[in-house]
Design a protein around this ligand. Structure first.
Ligand SMILES: *Cc1c(COP(=O)(O)O)cnc(C)c1O
Ligand SMILES: [Zn+2]
Length: 427
Protein backbone atom coordinates (compact mmCIF):
# COMPACT_ATOMS: atom_id res chain seq x y z
CA UNK A 1 0.00 0.00 0.00
CA UNK A 2 1.19 3.49 -0.80
CA UNK A 3 1.27 5.25 2.52
CA UNK A 4 2.80 8.55 3.30
CA UNK A 5 2.49 9.43 6.91
CA UNK A 6 2.95 13.07 7.70
CA UNK A 7 0.46 13.21 10.51
CA UNK A 8 -1.58 10.24 11.64
CA UNK A 9 -5.25 10.55 12.44
CA UNK A 10 -4.83 9.11 15.89
CA UNK A 11 -3.39 12.60 16.12
CA UNK A 12 -6.28 14.51 17.68
CA UNK A 13 -5.47 17.64 15.65
CA UNK A 14 -7.10 16.13 12.51
CA UNK A 15 -10.44 17.85 12.18
CA UNK A 16 -12.21 17.17 8.92
CA UNK A 17 -15.74 17.83 10.14
CA UNK A 18 -18.16 14.93 9.68
CA UNK A 19 -15.50 12.71 8.07
CA UNK A 20 -15.11 9.85 10.55
CA UNK A 21 -12.78 7.39 8.81
CA UNK A 22 -11.76 5.97 5.45
CA UNK A 23 -13.65 2.92 4.29
CA UNK A 24 -12.91 0.53 1.43
CA UNK A 25 -15.45 0.67 -1.37
CA UNK A 26 -14.87 -3.03 -2.11
CA UNK A 27 -14.59 -4.76 1.29
CA UNK A 28 -15.67 -2.12 3.81
CA UNK A 29 -12.38 -2.28 5.76
CA UNK A 30 -12.01 0.93 7.78
CA UNK A 31 -8.86 2.89 8.57
CA UNK A 32 -8.33 6.24 10.34
CA UNK A 33 -8.30 9.42 8.27
CA UNK A 34 -4.92 9.89 6.61
CA UNK A 35 -3.24 10.45 3.23
CA UNK A 36 -3.95 6.94 1.93
CA UNK A 37 -6.09 5.89 -1.00
CA UNK A 38 -5.91 2.11 -1.37
CA UNK A 39 -7.22 -0.58 0.98
CA UNK A 40 -4.49 -2.55 2.73
CA UNK A 41 -6.68 -5.68 2.60
CA UNK A 42 -7.83 -5.77 -1.01
CA UNK A 43 -6.31 -2.69 -2.82
CA UNK A 44 -9.84 -1.31 -3.37
CA UNK A 45 -10.32 2.46 -3.36
CA UNK A 46 -10.81 4.14 0.01
CA UNK A 47 -13.74 6.51 0.48
CA UNK A 48 -14.75 8.89 3.23
CA UNK A 49 -17.14 7.41 5.81
CA UNK A 50 -19.21 10.08 7.55
CA UNK A 51 -20.96 10.48 10.80
CA UNK A 52 -24.12 12.37 9.86
CA UNK A 53 -25.96 11.38 13.02
CA UNK A 54 -27.79 14.02 14.99
CA UNK A 55 -28.91 16.09 11.98
CA UNK A 56 -32.43 17.43 12.12
CA UNK A 57 -33.54 17.68 8.48
CA UNK A 58 -35.26 21.05 8.66
CA UNK A 59 -32.48 22.56 10.77
CA UNK A 60 -29.88 21.29 8.28
CA UNK A 61 -31.83 22.70 5.34
CA UNK A 62 -32.09 26.11 7.06
CA UNK A 63 -28.38 26.06 7.83
CA UNK A 64 -27.49 25.26 4.22
CA UNK A 65 -29.81 27.94 2.83
CA UNK A 66 -28.32 30.54 5.19
CA UNK A 67 -24.76 29.54 4.18
CA UNK A 68 -22.40 31.28 1.75
CA UNK A 69 -23.06 31.25 -2.01
CA UNK A 70 -20.36 28.65 -2.64
CA UNK A 71 -19.70 24.98 -1.84
CA UNK A 72 -19.13 25.72 1.85
CA UNK A 73 -22.88 26.04 2.38
CA UNK A 74 -22.62 22.21 2.37
CA UNK A 75 -19.68 22.06 4.80
CA UNK A 76 -21.70 19.87 7.24
CA UNK A 77 -21.74 17.18 4.50
CA UNK A 78 -18.09 17.46 3.40
CA UNK A 79 -14.70 16.30 4.79
CA UNK A 80 -13.72 19.80 5.91
CA UNK A 81 -13.51 21.60 9.26
CA UNK A 82 -16.54 23.66 10.27
CA UNK A 83 -14.59 26.94 9.90
CA UNK A 84 -13.48 26.14 6.33
CA UNK A 85 -15.08 29.27 4.86
CA UNK A 86 -12.84 31.47 7.00
CA UNK A 87 -9.59 30.15 5.51
CA UNK A 88 -8.05 31.45 2.27
CA UNK A 89 -9.35 29.30 -0.57
CA UNK A 90 -11.08 29.92 -3.88
CA UNK A 91 -14.66 29.45 -2.59
CA UNK A 92 -15.86 27.65 -5.73
CA UNK A 93 -19.33 26.44 -6.56
CA UNK A 94 -22.94 27.67 -6.49
CA UNK A 95 -22.65 27.98 -10.25
CA UNK A 96 -25.67 28.67 -12.41
CA UNK A 97 -28.29 26.07 -13.21
CA UNK A 98 -29.48 27.49 -16.51
CA UNK A 99 -32.97 26.68 -17.70
CA UNK A 100 -32.17 25.87 -21.32
CA UNK A 101 -35.50 26.32 -23.11
CA UNK A 102 -34.03 27.09 -26.53
CA UNK A 103 -31.76 24.06 -26.42
CA UNK A 104 -34.71 22.00 -25.18
CA UNK A 105 -36.78 23.02 -28.17
CA UNK A 106 -33.91 22.17 -30.52
CA UNK A 107 -33.48 18.72 -28.94
CA UNK A 108 -37.17 18.04 -28.48
CA UNK A 109 -37.05 17.97 -24.68
CA UNK A 110 -40.42 18.86 -23.15
CA UNK A 111 -39.90 17.85 -19.53
CA UNK A 112 -37.49 20.68 -18.65
CA UNK A 113 -33.83 20.90 -19.63
CA UNK A 114 -31.15 22.53 -17.46
CA UNK A 115 -27.44 23.13 -17.98
CA UNK A 116 -25.36 23.12 -14.80
CA UNK A 117 -22.69 25.55 -15.93
CA UNK A 118 -19.46 24.93 -14.05
CA UNK A 119 -17.46 27.19 -16.36
CA UNK A 120 -18.37 29.84 -13.77
CA UNK A 121 -15.90 28.48 -11.20
CA UNK A 122 -12.78 30.49 -10.24
CA UNK A 123 -10.47 28.69 -12.70
CA UNK A 124 -13.30 27.99 -15.13
CA UNK A 125 -13.81 24.28 -14.63
CA UNK A 126 -15.48 21.94 -12.17
CA UNK A 127 -12.03 21.01 -10.79
CA UNK A 128 -12.10 23.88 -8.27
CA UNK A 129 -14.72 21.91 -6.32
CA UNK A 130 -12.54 18.84 -5.83
CA UNK A 131 -9.29 20.74 -5.25
CA UNK A 132 -10.93 22.75 -2.46
CA UNK A 133 -11.56 19.51 -0.51
CA UNK A 134 -8.05 18.21 -1.17
CA UNK A 135 -6.60 21.51 0.03
CA UNK A 136 -8.30 21.11 3.41
CA UNK A 137 -6.96 17.55 3.70
CA UNK A 138 -3.47 18.79 2.72
CA UNK A 139 -3.63 21.41 5.47
CA UNK A 140 -4.88 18.83 7.98
CA UNK A 141 -2.06 16.40 7.16
CA UNK A 142 0.62 19.08 7.14
CA UNK A 143 1.63 18.87 3.46
CA UNK A 144 3.64 21.80 2.14
CA UNK A 145 3.48 21.14 -1.62
CA UNK A 146 0.26 20.64 -3.57
CA UNK A 147 0.59 18.47 -6.66
CA UNK A 148 -1.38 16.44 -9.21
CA UNK A 149 -1.37 14.62 -12.49
CA UNK A 150 -3.65 16.51 -14.83
CA UNK A 151 -5.26 16.58 -18.26
CA UNK A 152 -5.14 20.37 -17.92
CA UNK A 153 -7.99 21.77 -15.87
CA UNK A 154 -6.79 20.23 -12.64
CA UNK A 155 -3.35 21.77 -13.07
CA UNK A 156 -4.86 25.26 -13.16
CA UNK A 157 -7.15 24.57 -10.22
CA UNK A 158 -4.26 23.26 -8.11
CA UNK A 159 -1.96 26.15 -9.08
CA UNK A 160 -4.59 28.72 -8.16
CA UNK A 161 -5.66 27.03 -4.91
CA UNK A 162 -2.05 26.68 -3.75
CA UNK A 163 -1.33 30.32 -4.58
CA UNK A 164 -4.36 31.44 -2.59
CA UNK A 165 -3.52 29.17 0.36
CA UNK A 166 0.17 30.10 0.38
CA UNK A 167 1.42 26.59 -0.45
CA UNK A 168 4.00 25.55 -3.02
CA UNK A 169 2.64 23.75 -6.09
CA UNK A 170 4.24 21.44 -8.63
CA UNK A 171 1.93 19.84 -11.16
CA UNK A 172 2.40 17.36 -14.00
CA UNK A 173 0.65 17.37 -17.39
CA UNK A 174 1.07 15.66 -20.78
CA UNK A 175 3.45 17.92 -22.75
CA UNK A 176 1.04 18.43 -25.69
CA UNK A 177 -1.99 20.05 -24.01
CA UNK A 178 -3.99 22.97 -25.38
CA UNK A 179 -2.22 26.33 -25.09
CA UNK A 180 -5.09 27.79 -23.05
CA UNK A 181 -4.73 25.13 -20.41
CA UNK A 182 -0.94 25.41 -20.23
CA UNK A 183 -1.11 29.17 -19.71
CA UNK A 184 -3.97 28.83 -17.21
CA UNK A 185 -1.89 26.38 -15.20
CA UNK A 186 1.38 28.31 -15.37
CA UNK A 187 0.15 31.80 -14.62
CA UNK A 188 -0.31 31.16 -10.89
CA UNK A 189 3.44 30.86 -10.49
CA UNK A 190 3.84 27.26 -9.37
CA UNK A 191 5.97 24.67 -11.13
CA UNK A 192 4.36 23.16 -14.23
CA UNK A 193 6.05 20.08 -15.67
CA UNK A 194 5.25 18.59 -19.09
CA UNK A 195 5.71 14.83 -19.28
CA UNK A 196 6.55 13.18 -22.58
CA UNK A 197 3.62 10.79 -22.66
CA UNK A 198 -0.17 10.71 -22.29
CA UNK A 199 -2.21 11.21 -19.11
CA UNK A 200 -1.87 7.59 -18.06
CA UNK A 201 1.93 7.95 -18.25
CA UNK A 202 1.73 11.11 -16.15
CA UNK A 203 -0.37 9.31 -13.57
CA UNK A 204 2.03 6.38 -13.39
CA UNK A 205 4.93 8.79 -12.88
CA UNK A 206 3.10 10.50 -9.99
CA UNK A 207 2.42 7.16 -8.29
CA UNK A 208 6.17 6.49 -8.38
CA UNK A 209 6.98 9.92 -7.02
CA UNK A 210 4.67 9.37 -4.04
CA UNK A 211 6.63 6.31 -2.99
CA UNK A 212 9.94 8.15 -3.36
CA UNK A 213 11.71 10.45 -0.85
CA UNK A 214 11.54 13.17 -3.56
CA UNK A 215 7.78 13.29 -3.03
CA UNK A 216 7.86 13.61 0.74
CA UNK A 217 5.55 16.30 2.10
CA UNK A 218 3.64 16.38 -1.18
CA UNK A 219 -0.13 16.15 -1.32
CA UNK A 220 -1.18 14.83 -4.73
CA UNK A 221 -4.78 15.96 -4.84
CA UNK A 222 -5.91 13.12 -7.13
CA UNK A 223 -3.63 10.37 -5.79
CA UNK A 224 -2.81 10.27 -2.06
CA UNK A 225 -5.55 12.82 -1.28
CA UNK A 226 -8.00 11.23 -3.71
CA UNK A 227 -10.59 10.10 -1.14
CA UNK A 228 -10.99 13.74 0.02
CA UNK A 229 -10.69 15.28 -3.45
CA UNK A 230 -13.37 13.00 -4.88
CA UNK A 231 -15.97 14.19 -2.36
CA UNK A 232 -15.99 17.64 -3.99
CA UNK A 233 -18.08 16.28 -6.84
CA UNK A 234 -20.94 15.64 -4.39
CA UNK A 235 -21.49 19.38 -4.29
CA UNK A 236 -22.74 19.26 -7.89
CA UNK A 237 -25.49 16.90 -6.76
CA UNK A 238 -26.34 19.09 -3.76
CA UNK A 239 -26.47 22.29 -5.81
CA UNK A 240 -28.54 20.80 -8.63
CA UNK A 241 -31.16 19.52 -6.19
CA UNK A 242 -31.25 22.70 -4.11
CA UNK A 243 -31.48 24.84 -7.26
CA UNK A 244 -34.37 22.70 -8.48
CA UNK A 245 -36.15 23.53 -5.21
CA UNK A 246 -34.84 20.55 -3.19
CA UNK A 247 -35.94 18.11 -5.85
CA UNK A 248 -34.12 15.27 -7.61
CA UNK A 249 -33.86 15.61 -11.39
CA UNK A 250 -35.16 12.61 -13.36
CA UNK A 251 -32.05 12.33 -15.55
CA UNK A 252 -28.48 13.69 -15.38
CA UNK A 253 -25.87 13.57 -18.16
CA UNK A 254 -22.32 13.60 -16.76
CA UNK A 255 -18.94 13.54 -18.54
CA UNK A 256 -16.54 10.72 -17.73
CA UNK A 257 -12.76 11.05 -17.43
CA UNK A 258 -11.76 8.84 -14.49
CA UNK A 259 -15.45 8.42 -13.63
CA UNK A 260 -15.00 9.94 -10.19
CA UNK A 261 -17.34 12.86 -10.76
CA UNK A 262 -20.18 10.63 -11.91
CA UNK A 263 -19.68 8.19 -9.05
CA UNK A 264 -19.71 10.94 -6.41
CA UNK A 265 -22.69 12.75 -7.87
CA UNK A 266 -24.58 9.50 -7.34
CA UNK A 267 -23.23 9.36 -3.78
CA UNK A 268 -24.36 12.95 -3.17
CA UNK A 269 -27.88 12.25 -4.44
CA UNK A 270 -28.15 9.20 -2.19
CA UNK A 271 -27.03 11.25 0.82
CA UNK A 272 -29.69 13.88 0.17
CA UNK A 273 -32.32 11.13 0.10
CA UNK A 274 -30.99 9.53 3.29
CA UNK A 275 -30.88 12.89 5.07
CA UNK A 276 -34.47 13.59 4.01
CA UNK A 277 -33.48 16.78 2.14
CA UNK A 278 -35.13 15.53 -1.06
CA UNK A 279 -38.01 13.16 -1.62
CA UNK A 280 -36.88 9.70 -2.69
CA UNK A 281 -37.72 8.85 -6.29
CA UNK A 282 -35.93 7.05 -9.11
CA UNK A 283 -33.34 9.00 -11.11
CA UNK A 284 -31.24 7.91 -14.09
CA UNK A 285 -27.55 8.65 -14.50
CA UNK A 286 -26.01 8.86 -17.98
CA UNK A 287 -22.28 8.92 -18.69
CA UNK A 288 -20.77 10.76 -21.66
CA UNK A 289 -17.47 10.09 -23.42
CA UNK A 290 -15.72 11.04 -26.63
CA UNK A 291 -15.53 8.23 -29.19
CA UNK A 292 -11.75 8.71 -29.29
CA UNK A 293 -11.56 7.79 -25.61
CA UNK A 294 -14.57 5.65 -24.84
CA UNK A 295 -13.46 2.72 -22.65
CA UNK A 296 -16.50 2.96 -20.38
CA UNK A 297 -19.11 3.38 -23.10
CA UNK A 298 -17.54 0.50 -25.04
CA UNK A 299 -17.83 -1.72 -21.95
CA UNK A 300 -21.40 -0.53 -21.33
CA UNK A 301 -22.53 -1.31 -24.86
CA UNK A 302 -20.71 -4.64 -24.84
CA UNK A 303 -22.41 -5.68 -21.61
CA UNK A 304 -19.04 -6.04 -19.84
CA UNK A 305 -18.22 -5.40 -16.17
CA UNK A 306 -14.54 -4.86 -16.92
CA UNK A 307 -13.27 -1.72 -18.63
CA UNK A 308 -10.54 -2.37 -21.21
CA UNK A 309 -7.99 0.48 -21.39
CA UNK A 310 -7.73 2.51 -24.61
CA UNK A 311 -5.16 4.86 -26.10
CA UNK A 312 -6.94 8.23 -26.23
CA UNK A 313 -7.22 10.21 -29.45
CA UNK A 314 -9.81 12.97 -29.17
CA UNK A 315 -10.13 16.76 -29.01
CA UNK A 316 -11.84 16.29 -25.61
CA UNK A 317 -8.50 16.22 -23.80
CA UNK A 318 -9.91 16.97 -20.37
CA UNK A 319 -11.73 13.62 -20.61
CA UNK A 320 -8.88 11.68 -22.23
CA UNK A 321 -8.23 9.07 -19.56
CA UNK A 322 -7.78 5.73 -21.28
CA UNK A 323 -7.73 3.69 -18.08
CA UNK A 324 -10.46 5.21 -15.88
CA UNK A 325 -10.11 4.22 -12.22
CA UNK A 326 -13.83 4.42 -11.47
CA UNK A 327 -14.96 2.84 -14.74
CA UNK A 328 -16.52 -0.28 -13.19
CA UNK A 329 -18.45 1.83 -10.66
CA UNK A 330 -19.79 4.02 -13.46
CA UNK A 331 -21.04 0.92 -15.30
CA UNK A 332 -22.71 -0.25 -12.13
CA UNK A 333 -24.44 3.11 -11.50
CA UNK A 334 -25.60 3.55 -15.10
CA UNK A 335 -27.07 0.03 -15.09
CA UNK A 336 -28.58 0.22 -11.60
CA UNK A 337 -30.33 3.54 -12.25
CA UNK A 338 -31.53 2.58 -15.74
CA UNK A 339 -29.24 5.11 -17.44
CA UNK A 340 -26.60 4.47 -20.10
CA UNK A 341 -23.10 5.41 -21.25
CA UNK A 342 -22.74 6.83 -24.76
CA UNK A 343 -20.04 8.48 -26.85
CA UNK A 344 -19.84 11.02 -29.68
CA UNK A 345 -17.28 11.78 -32.40
CA UNK A 346 -15.05 14.85 -32.38
CA UNK A 347 -17.21 16.31 -35.13
CA UNK A 348 -20.35 15.85 -33.03
CA UNK A 349 -18.54 17.46 -30.08
CA UNK A 350 -17.77 20.58 -32.13
CA UNK A 351 -21.37 20.72 -33.42
CA UNK A 352 -22.66 20.45 -29.85
CA UNK A 353 -20.36 23.22 -28.58
CA UNK A 354 -21.77 25.49 -31.29
CA UNK A 355 -25.34 24.36 -30.61
CA UNK A 356 -25.10 25.19 -26.90
CA UNK A 357 -23.47 28.55 -27.63
CA UNK A 358 -26.05 29.44 -30.28
CA UNK A 359 -29.09 28.40 -28.25
CA UNK A 360 -28.15 29.42 -24.70
CA UNK A 361 -25.16 31.76 -24.85
CA UNK A 362 -22.96 29.25 -23.04
CA UNK A 363 -19.49 28.64 -24.50
CA UNK A 364 -18.47 25.19 -23.31
CA UNK A 365 -15.12 23.49 -23.50
CA UNK A 366 -14.95 20.19 -25.36
CA UNK A 367 -16.23 18.27 -22.30
CA UNK A 368 -19.47 20.29 -22.51
CA UNK A 369 -19.66 19.42 -26.20
CA UNK A 370 -19.43 15.79 -25.17
CA UNK A 371 -22.37 15.97 -22.73
CA UNK A 372 -24.60 18.02 -25.01
CA UNK A 373 -23.72 15.82 -28.00
CA UNK A 374 -24.37 12.66 -26.02
CA UNK A 375 -27.69 14.06 -24.76
CA UNK A 376 -28.78 14.63 -28.35
CA UNK A 377 -27.71 11.10 -29.30
CA UNK A 378 -29.42 9.50 -26.30
CA UNK A 379 -32.70 11.21 -27.22
CA UNK A 380 -32.37 10.00 -30.82
CA UNK A 381 -31.75 6.41 -29.80
CA UNK A 382 -34.55 6.47 -27.24
CA UNK A 383 -32.46 5.96 -24.10
CA UNK A 384 -33.11 9.41 -22.59
CA UNK A 385 -36.75 10.36 -22.03
CA UNK A 386 -37.42 13.89 -23.40
CA UNK A 387 -40.54 14.23 -21.25
CA UNK A 388 -38.53 14.12 -18.00
CA UNK A 389 -36.56 16.78 -16.13
CA UNK A 390 -32.99 16.53 -17.42
CA UNK A 391 -29.78 18.18 -16.23
CA UNK A 392 -26.73 18.31 -18.52
CA UNK A 393 -23.35 19.24 -17.07
CA UNK A 394 -21.02 21.73 -18.69
CA UNK A 395 -17.82 21.27 -16.71
CA UNK A 396 -15.48 23.79 -18.35
CA UNK A 397 -15.02 27.00 -20.32
CA UNK A 398 -14.71 27.17 -24.11
CA UNK A 399 -11.95 29.77 -23.88
CA UNK A 400 -9.65 26.97 -22.78
CA UNK A 401 -10.23 24.89 -25.91
CA UNK A 402 -10.44 27.52 -28.66
CA UNK A 403 -8.75 25.18 -31.15
CA UNK A 404 -11.84 22.98 -31.14
CA UNK A 405 -13.86 25.72 -32.82
CA UNK A 406 -11.05 27.19 -34.93
CA UNK A 407 -12.48 28.45 -38.20
CA UNK A 408 -15.39 30.07 -36.38
CA UNK A 409 -14.87 33.76 -36.93
CA UNK A 410 -15.78 36.82 -38.94
CA UNK A 411 -19.08 36.90 -40.85
CA UNK A 412 -17.57 39.41 -43.25
CA UNK A 413 -14.82 41.99 -43.59
CA UNK A 414 -16.03 45.34 -44.93
CA UNK A 415 -14.86 48.88 -45.50
CA UNK A 416 -16.18 51.31 -42.85
CA UNK A 417 -19.02 52.48 -45.09
CA UNK A 418 -22.75 51.78 -45.20
CA UNK A 419 -22.47 50.80 -48.86
CA UNK A 420 -19.95 48.15 -48.03
CA UNK A 421 -22.18 46.92 -45.17
CA UNK A 422 -25.15 46.63 -47.53
CA UNK A 423 -23.04 44.91 -50.19
CA UNK A 424 -22.12 42.26 -47.68
CA UNK A 425 -25.81 41.47 -47.27
CA UNK A 426 -25.89 42.36 -43.57
CA UNK A 427 -28.52 45.07 -43.62
C1 LIG B 1 -11.80 16.38 -14.73
C2 LIG B 1 -12.92 16.78 -15.58
C3 LIG B 1 -14.12 16.03 -15.61
C4 LIG B 1 -14.44 14.77 -14.84
O1 LIG B 1 -13.41 14.01 -14.45
P1 LIG B 1 -13.55 12.64 -13.62
O2 LIG B 1 -12.14 12.18 -13.59
O3 LIG B 1 -14.46 11.73 -14.38
O4 LIG B 1 -14.06 12.99 -12.28
C5 LIG B 1 -15.14 16.52 -16.40
N1 LIG B 1 -14.99 17.65 -17.13
C6 LIG B 1 -13.87 18.39 -17.10
C7 LIG B 1 -13.80 19.62 -17.93
C8 LIG B 1 -12.80 17.98 -16.33
O5 LIG B 1 -11.69 18.74 -16.32
ZN1 LIG C 1 -10.72 -3.47 0.81
Amino acid sequence: MAVQTVASSSDSTIDLGPAAALSCRECGHRVPLGPVFACEECFGPLEIAYDFSGHDTEELRRRIEAGPANIWRYAPLLPVPADVADKPNLNPGWTKLVQADHLARELGVTGGLFVKDDSGNPTHSFKDRVVAQALEAARAFGFTTLSCSSTGNLAGAVGAAAARAGLRSCVFIPHDLEQGKVVMAAVYGGELVGIEGNYDDVNRFCSELIGDPAGEGWGFVNVNLRPYYAEGSKTLAYEICEQLGWRLPDQIVIPIASGSQLTKIDKGLKELIELGLVEDKPYKIFGAQAEGCSPVSTAFKGGHDVVRPQKPNTIAKSLAIGNPADGPYVLDIARRTGGAVEDVTDEEIVDAIKLLARTEGIFAETAGGVTVGVTRKLIKNGLLDPTKTTVVLNTGDGLKTLDAVAGTGLSATIRPTLDSFREAGLA
